[in-house]
Design a protein around this ligand. Sequence first.
Ligand SMILES: [Zn+2]
Length: 288
Amino acid sequence: MGKFVQTVLSGAAQLEREMIVERVKNKIATSKEQGLWMGGTLPLGYDVKDKELIINEKEAKTVKHIFERYMELKSMAALARELNSQGYRTKARFDIFKKATVRRIITNPIYVGKIRHYEKQYEGKHEAIIEEEKWKKAQELIRNQPYRKAKYEEALLKGIIKCKSCNANMTLMYAKKENKRYRYYVCNNHLRGKGCESINRTVIAGEVEKEVMKRAEHLYKNWQEKAEEWKNLSFRKQKEAMKKLIKGVTVKEDGIVVSSESGEIFIPMGLKKESKQMHSSRTRGENK
Ligand SMILES: [Zn+2]
């Protein structure tokens, strides 16, 4: 086939594809204007029957609980953690809640009986789960959250820090108390609501990171290829060196075990307990 013919043909095919997409889009828009559910990820709290959403009582309870607790905790990340530790799971694939999952729920107008189509909203045929007043208050709360610059705070020990009791990896999490942010490493088993025996399933990140960096500095001094003094290295270089030198960090009850090529070393630490808020929510979860 000549190149010109080929181009024209593929152009025609492209146009046809676009027209089909457009037709489908219009059909969906029309159906949504009529308040019908046109597919996509089914929201927590509803099931679908003949293109209409019907309330799933058990899930609707969870949705109400989520709105309730969000107004109290005022933090989606903290709420996600609380939900997970209390055994709540999402609708899709029975997954754990993430901050984004909670956000999608709280900002979804479906819960006040509306159907969203891009920026437009239509009155749905379905029953609301949340009273309009309460929903509006939640949206207000989101808007009024103190502005936080989305800066990249990395998990320095990601992939190397483990919970001694479970041998599971630990994940960096944030908590907010009196407008101060705290960073924690949390045992993944605990995070998934599987239960972890360790009293240090939640440890303040800064303290552990500080000890590990100190250990890295020590190892670096004995490192033959070292060219420069540790203190003259940029933080980025120090991090790189740490990742090369430290093979693993295991969080025990009374300290951490740091392993490197030169063996394991135990660093005793009086690891601080988690914040009161996290603790109280967890206790409630266990009583359930
Ligand atoms: Zn654990």
